[in-house]
Every structure is written in structure tokens, then in C-alpha cells.
Ligand binder design. Sequence first.
Ligand code: PBG
Ligand code: ZN
Length: 330
Amino acid sequence: MTFPRTRLRRLRSTPALRRMVRETRLSADRLIRPLFVRSGRGVRRPIGSMPGQFQFSVDVLAEECAATAELGIPAVLLFGIPECKDATGSAAWADDGPVQEAVRAAKSRVPDLVVITDVCLCEYTDHGHCGLVVERPGGPVVDNDATLELLARMAVSHARAGADIVAPSDMMDGRVGAVREALDAAGLSATPIMAYAAKLASSYYGPFREAAESPPRFGDRKTYQMDPANGDEALREVAADIDEGADIVMVKPAIHCLDIIRRVKDRFGMPTAAYHVSGEYAMLKAAAVNGWIDERSCALEAATAVFRAGADLLITYYAMELARWLRAGD
Ligand code: PBG
Ligand code: ZN
């Protein structure tokens, strides 16, 4: 490979040549659109920290699901904002909760759309933690094992409502196994689990916590979400979830975990999802409204990077825009 015989620029000289040798191609088929659902009718409440994103009531959400499928996006990921929160997050497994109702509405409006539900207690607990909080001599802690049963109840409630896939995002040890066992016992052995397997304790989830009204009231999530400094441990987290029955493994935040995505895909060869999270989205939006970057090409480049790293699926608040841009031939 020596110059002047080798000239890497030759295959870059026209758009058609570049198109022919392009290694990574974006497709709406691989996108998942996150959506927030709350109670009420006709609600379309803008989320301040995430321009272009809204909290929808169930009726509006069903229409959004139809528009999503219309653009060729195969799946949505639902997050619920309940009317009341309590210490155990009991609204999470209420059969008439916003997520359960939204699943029914979405599946009846667009039967072919894959409806995935986020399984975690933080939107439902008054303290905002992802698990059950118990008092200990040194202060309150999140009780891992006591949380498992609650998550399992929530997952079964979602699957009974018709969810196609459940996605535990809490990061308790053993939750994938607990959810799998409960689904199987409820006759739902065909419902897949997409596990938030390597979920780092990232500050880039900030805008989401406004969207889902779920910031922790005390402390932080570092006792259960992973230290962002650790890559080897991310592989152990993924291995544990696969052992417990995960069907799809997820890595997040996507742009800050490109190395982990690559290692997970190479090591396990599993269907691998990556979550382009709220703060990563908000940064692009903020720079775009200021005219500092070209939003379209930057968002397309970000998505391309995640797929180049090895992801099969991308969960992104840009799903609708990406699908429109791809349709327009970008
Ligand atoms: C709930 C959950 C969070 C995200 C997905 N599920 C927030 C958190 O763990 O604090 C983050 C998504 C985003 O930032 O877009 N556990
Ligand atoms: Zn949570």
C-alpha cells in the first residue's frame, strides 16, 4: 500500500463512487422512536429540555404511532408519567396506567408496530429512584432483591396489555432473570426482553428526567448504574443479562459508548441496540437552533457512527427526522 500507486482519494472523487463503497447505510428499519405518555385527552405538552419532543395523552400517542409506522419506523419505546407517585411505584403495574392504556391504543391503531415498554420504577416512585428504597443505619439505600418482584409485576402488566417487547432499564442485579421467570409463569414466554445491559451512570440523561418527571429526590443513580469509566465491566453486565435470558442487549449513552458497542457486538454477536440519549439529542438541538452546526448532517453523522460501531438498532429522539431525511434521499 504505497503512494503513488495507492491513492485512497480515487474512490472518493464522485458522489456515485462514494455511494458504491459506503460501508454503513442508514435505514428506518433499524430505528426505534421513544415516546412519553401521560393521562388526559388531546394532550401534546412540549418538553422544554428536548425541543421537538412532547408528553402525549393516549389518544394523541396512538396517532403519533400511526405517523411513526407511516415513515417506515418499525418500533416505539414507551415511557409513562403516572398521575400519582408513591414509595413503591405501585402505579407502574396498574392495568389502567398510561403505558398499559397506550399499548392497547397503539396496538389497536397500528397492529404491526412493535411496541416496546420501558420497565423501571423511577417514573413511579415519589423518591425518583429506579428501585425500592429502604432505610439503613447509614442512610437510605436501593434494595436490589426487593425491587425484582416489583419490576417483574410491571413487565407482566405491560406484556398482558399487549407489549411486544419489555425493556428493563433499572440496572438491578438479576432483573432480567426475574422478569423472564415472571413472564414465563404468566404464559408470556414468547415476549422478548430488550435489556438495558450496559447502562452508564451518565449525566446525559438530565433532559430525560425533566421529560419523565423522574429526577431522584436524594443521592444519585451511581449505586446501580455503571461507572462511565468502565468498559470491561460493561461486558460483564451484558454477559449476565444474556445468561438471564435477554434477547436484545442495549448500550447507552450511544455516542459516549461507541467503544463499548463495538466490543459488545464483537464479543457476543447478539442483536445490539444503542440509545442516543436525551442529553446527546439536546446538545445537537441546542447547537442547531443557534446556527452553530448543520442539524441534518450532524444528526445523520451521529446515527452513522453508532451503526459503524456495530449497533443493529438505534433508539433515538431523531427517529422521525432521520426517517424523513432518508426518504428524501440523504
Ligand atoms: C429510566 C430511564 C432513563 C433513561 C431511559 N430509561 C433515565 C435514567 O436512568 O435516569 C434515559 C433516557 C434518555 O436520557 O434519553 N430508568
Ligand atoms: Zn429508572
